[in-house]
Design a protein around this ligand. Sequence first.
Ligand SMILES: [Zn+2]
Length: 485
Amino acid sequence: MIKFTFLYILLFSLISCQNDGTPPTSVVDSPPISGDTPPEVDIPRDGEYLPLGLSDKVIVRSGIEHAPMDLISQELTMTFNPDNQTVKGHSLIKFKLRNNGRPYFEVKATPKNVILDSKSVVASSISDPDGQNQSYWSLGQELPAGEIHEVKFDYELASGRVSFVNDGVRFLTDMTDLNGKFFEYWGPVGFEEDAFSLNLELKVINSSSKHTLYTNGVGSLVGSQTWKIVFPEYYSKSSFYVHLTNQTLPGKKFVYKGLTKEIPVEVYGLTTTLVNSAVSQLPKLLAELEGDYGPYPHAKFLAYMNDRSGGMEYVAATITSLASIDHELLHSWFARSVIPADGRSGWIDEAIASWRDYGYTRAKSTLSRTSTNLADYSPFRKSTPSNSYVDGRGLMSELDLEFKDQGGLKPVLKAFFTKYKNLVVTNEEFWHFLEEHTKLDLEPFQEQYVLGSAEEAPENPNDPSIKEPSKHPTPLSKEEVLRLR
Ligand SMILES: [Zn+2]
């Protein structure tokens, strides 16, 4: 839900559990993680927190207004059947609307048996108006804004979204922000700006295979081949990390003593060497990033080490190569704590990460580079523009020069993180914050480098027009996904 006046309780405890209910063997001794961790209290905002620029996702078709659902909570059950290789979902969503209209949401499957407030309704497919190739499901009844409603429905995943191997299941939420692929491939969601609480039940039927669950929620075994995962309510469609597999993968756990709390870290991967290398690097990276931007904002960190370049950041988790682990860990502060509202604000965290990747350089002059576009896109765009790295880090190094009398950009970003921790942010808010914090007029920077060109950014992160490669992981290839599952 887009209401952030929450005091959320972080009940992360048993993050990975085997189907016999015991945690996997840990090579590094670590104290048991208590399920009674004291609640972490966030400073509540006054009234309802609504990021700027988010009222523009109403779709009008033949005079009918379709309004995006503001999800409050979802109870989702996914049933995996290796016998006939099917995955069936049953969703119960509590939601409201911010505009009058027919409620719409997203899932890459066809909703069936749709019941809205105990009445059967039809769900129709609608496309976005800007040709972004997004498609949504709209419910056949207009509702007024503000009220709380409930919808439930069934769906079945297309084959290939999950693997069935040796009588068992291999399910991995392999997302990518570069192509805008998020949880909608496996379950119903709203937009990236729409945080909601998700309770996910995973059931494997007709299988005696031994499964392990890795997740960035609180996972527990609740029955034979049945797991329940509770995700914190600041999570949205780009956050959920779920890996249920009958592969046996090496892993290690340790506890990092952070600035304000102990951070349980779990690393697993395709090889023991990768796991060991990541385990040796993470403490100094956590120290560096906590030192620069403040305490790690999540309850734990989970890394799945890939031996190729593909990967993705999630809240408190990543799939990554060793070469990108520092870039991905920074995204635990910027991207998956300060969360971009949509593809128009996705450039911010990549610009920050890329500025760090290339040594936090300070520009020699300002406003002399070519005009670029990082944010002037359709509200329905999900993907991050690929020029976010080179053009974004160029902008960050100019802002570092512009803010030199205030100690440079880093302390400003620390203040930005402190204010927007575990909240959604838009491009507009970023600039509003920078100007308010530094008391400088930054309009020329925004005009020239963020809204400066009407041209679409190249989509390919390996495009030759990008002068230096980015350390952001490449989108996972189909082959990589099959291997990682
Ligand atoms: Zn990145």
